[in-house]
Design a protein around this ligand. Structure first.
Ligand code: ZN
Ligand code: ZN
Length: 136
């Protein structure tokens, strides 16, 4: 992990223990947790940290582009500390979100450009399905 102090300084962010805790937690997991999940996970170490504080820390971290917010529908958001462009797959039954690794879509931006005449700047690829536990 890059030095969090350096990153925060570059982004002109105050290094509050809450922000550091939330950021570190997201960097340590691939689970794409919701704010509530992060709140519960940090509770034992930061018993005084409220859910509202978690939301605020998340908002700040998203704004300075240290984490990604994934809109998983119906006003639900998940958070991802992996800033590299990567596709996601979500289970429509239990809601888990996974990274899709090992498949890339190198031509998708170029293909869309050809079809739409847009200059494509970025793309988000999102799949829905049933995870292996829910398939049973
Ligand atoms: Zn599932
Ligand atoms: Zn991800």
């Amino acid at each position: 992990m890059e030095n969090i102090t350096t990153i925060f300084r570059e982004k002109k962010l105050k290094l509050t223990p809450q922000r550091i805790a939330v950021y570190k937690y997201l960097k340590s997991t691939k689970e794409h947790p919701s704010a509530e999940v992060i709140y519960k996970a940090l509770q034992p170490t930061y018993p005084t940290m409220s859910l509202a504080t978690i939301y605020k820390a998340l908002k700040t971290l998203v704004a300075v582009e240290l984490i990604i917010e994934l809109n998983v529908g119906e006003g639900n958001f998940r958070y991802d500390g992996n800033m590299a462009t990567h596709p996601h797959v979500q289970c429509i039954s239990c809601g888990r979100v996974d990274d899709i690794e090992g498949i890339s879509f190198p031509n998708v931006n170029e293909d869309v450009k050809q079809h739409t005449n847009y200059e494509i700047l970025a793309s988000k690829i999102y799949f829905y399905g049933l995870c292996k536990d829910c398939k049973k």
